[in-house]
Design a protein around this ligand. Structure first.
Ligand code: HEM
Length: 378
């Protein structure tokens, strides 16, 4: 058993692998059985049973204050399964169980996260095996959960590499090493989407799973469900190109998504949104005369090539992801016009176009003329 400690300022690193393993093991609300029964209750659309279970799981007043950080995360994970389930069948969960509101708020504040479960609760902090929390119990849902679980540690490491990259001179030989390492981490997104495309039917996602990710009212806030759009790939974009080469639609999606992430990532967002991106710095370094810039600083070429490899991986993930998103949101299949992250398939198309444009900017010899690059950068 982990020691129970009072956390007034929680250690924000909820992505630490030891902590992740601890959270998965924990069951502070003794919710294992209820979470298993939830699958059956969902199948039967048994809202009274789901509501009664949520009410029964709520900790007594004062108990949340005794929870460790890890227990607070695990409790939010389990309550969250009931919130999404009740909403899937129609009602606003907190209209039925208003006494859950102060508990969610306290759990959110103790963990320094939104007062609702996120994709990290639903996937990364979710136990595997017999205790796995699932809305449906369908193996396709398990594949989707696994896809996020497998990318989480890589994006966490990748974001730290991106932070170091932001402080590294473009001509420093370390730049290539760091970028290549970041590329390797980002490649897990491709592995994850390939696994999902091979094992999850668009129809299952559209008709069965997507409804569980609907937004709910939490006091005066409307909070999105725990969908994969909360996976912080967009933060890697921000550091690499999007800080100065984005567009209003993507910027808005990013600022709407950031509250659902971990404290450390929100801090990185605050820093990166005000800092030139790596591509922006490269465009500046090449200036109006790329050939002269390369003569002055021959290492720029290798840096550019490393960046091109990274951007290529982002484009490959997004191309495959767009393929399945298009099918799942096809007008004949979908139940909702927009994704559970609050955005549309059109936005995904736009993000790919922006990523491709960033890749072209970072390739001065075959890219647009220097004056075009400068205009785009401005
Ligand atoms: C059936 C499978 C999937 C479908 C239908 C789907 C659909 C969508 C849609 C419609 C969006 C737009 C934002 C929104 O949700 O409102 C989106 C965004 C996103 N999704 Fe998925 N998705 C799927 C699987 C995945 C998986 C497995 C991952 C990663 C492991 C993922 C990662 C993302 C990310 C990072 C975004 C933000 C936009 C971006 O970075 O390009 N998705 N998804």
């Amino acid at each position: 058993m982990p020691t129970r400690t009072r956390h007034t300022t929680p250690d924000p690193d909820l992505g630490n692998p030891i902590r992740v393993a601890t959270i998965r093991d924990l069951d502070p609300l003794s919710a294992d059985r209820a979470c298993f029964a939830l699958r059956r209750q969902n199948e039967a659309a048994d809202v009274p049973a789901l509501t009664a279970a949520l009410r029964a799981l709520l900790p007594a007043p004062g108990t949340v204050a005794t929870y460790s950080l890890e227990e607070s995360v695990a409790a939010m994970r389990d309550l969250g399964m009931f919130l999404g389930s009740i909403k899937r069948h129609g009602p606003e969960p907190l209209d039925l169980v208003p006494e859950a509101l102060p508990v969610l708020r306290e759990l959110g504040s103790r963990t320094d996260m939104v007062p609702r479960d996120t994709v990290h609760h639903y996937c990364t902090w979710n136990p595997v095996g017999a205790r796995q929390r699932m809305y449906t119990g369908d193996v396709q849902e398990a594949y989707l959960q696994e896809s996020v679980r497998m990318v989480f540690p890589h994006l966490r490491d990748g974001l730290e590499l991106a932070a170091t990259l932001g402080d590294t001179d473009l001509a420093d030989p370390k730049f290539v090493l760091l970028t290549d390492e970041l590329t390797q981490h980002t490649e897990t997104m491709v592995t994850a989407i390939d696994m999902v495309v091979a094992n999850v039917g668009p129809e299952f996602f559209a008709r069965v799973l997507r409804p569980y990710f609907e937004e709910i009212d939490v006091g005066d806030r409307v909070l999105l469900g725990p969908a994969a759009a909360q996976v912080p790939l967009w933060l890697i974009d921000l550091a690499i190109w999007a800080a100065d080469h984005s567009d209003p639609g993507y910027q808005e999606f990013l600022s709407d998504s950031i509250p659902y992430s971990l404290r450390r990532w929100r801090d990185l967002y605050d820093r990166w949104v005000r800092t030139p991106s790596v591509v922006g710095r490269l465009v500046e370094a090449f200036g109006d005369d790329p050939a002269a810039a390369e003569r002055r600083s021959p290492a720029l070429r290798a840096s550019t090539e490393a960046l091109a490899r990274l951007l290529r991986v982002l484009v490959v993930f997004r191309g495959r992801h767009l393929g399945i998103a298009r099918k799942a949101y096809d007008a004949d299949l979908r139940l909702y016009p927009v994704g559970s992250g609050g955005a549309s398939v059109d936005l995904l198309r736009q993000i790919i176009d922006l990523t491709r444009a960033a890749a072209r900017l970072a390739r001065p010899s075959s890219g647009p003329a220097p004056h075009e690059r400068r205009r785009a950068a401005g």
